[in-house]
Design a protein around this ligand. Sequence first.
Ligand code: SF4
Ligand code: SF4
Length: 351
Amino acid sequence: MGYYVSLERMDEIMNKLKNEYKIYAPKRFKNRGWKPDTDLIRYDEIDSVKEIVYDVKSDFSPKEIFFPINQTLFYFTEDKCTENSLGDKRDIIIFARPCDINAIKRLDTIFLKNGDKKDNYYEQLRDKINIFMIECRKGWDNCFCVSMGSNQTDNYSAAVRFQDNGLLLDVKDDKFKNYFSGETSRNFTPEFVQENQTKVKLPEISSSDLLKKACNLKLWDSFNTKCISCGACNTVCGTCSCFDTTDIIYNETSRNGERRRVWSSCMLEEFTTMAGGHKVRETAGERMRFKTLHKVYDYNARFGGTEHMCVGCGRCTDRCPKEISFPDTINSLSEEIEKISSGKSSREVDK
Ligand code: SF4
Ligand code: SF4
């Protein structure tokens, strides 16, 4: 069903929704941007539709709502473990763009379909999520969602087009239709960006031999001086899912405490440090190789189908303090793979 709803009316509807749902959307945080005098756009709970920042790309993805940056999993004493309760019983509505909705699908695969065990902590929050899709017709700088096939989705309860004084909505999910009954009917079918300025050619790695050669490219060494291993690219990414677990002991003499999981990053130097100090990936180049192949080869090799882990949101490029372009990195990899496949490469190294 399609509707036109004024901003004022939408706030009244949201007030009713808030009895049953917490509502999250991209929101502006004044002067909190990572460059001086810039604002930060990140997901947070909203009270009014007027708080939703829909006309610029958010700096962060919505993943922190259901995969928190820092999450207490359980509390322990010497003889007992108690699962952390979620507290607020309400379900959740997230206003999100198509690429981010597709990113949620990737996280679902990673946390819920990766082997025969589901990640319960992810599942209990994920089960609460309902999606209101923010229509995205033009894309933004550094987006390459079209190349990644993640520019479109029909995985939403409602789709929204923001206009100056109101919203057009396509409400698909029966459980939300009641909230909009009586509003002005209006035909509305969401549109999706069909071309980005930034385009990516995915590498065609068709054999284990080619994969080995891809791992040994000199291309990766160039990141040893460029990349400062800050991990910012992982933090903003909607599909990065690595975390550390850590036990917090409440005081030095007790064995009472809590276990938390905290976001981590494959680009950090310490990420692969093992007991005894051995590091699996010692250089920034090795870490960039791992991240790149994970995003555009490994995920697809693991789960099959046509999807890659990267959804082309471009945030990693937006956020990188060294201006390292992830699309350029993927394209360089693809170029090298093509050269190897056609027997022209002179840039492999033996390691
Ligand atoms: S790797 Fe970069 S472009 Fe791809 S989903 Fe993550 S942040 Fe977005
Ligand atoms: S944000 Fe840039 S510099 Fe930082 S780890 Fe990622 S690629 Fe390296």
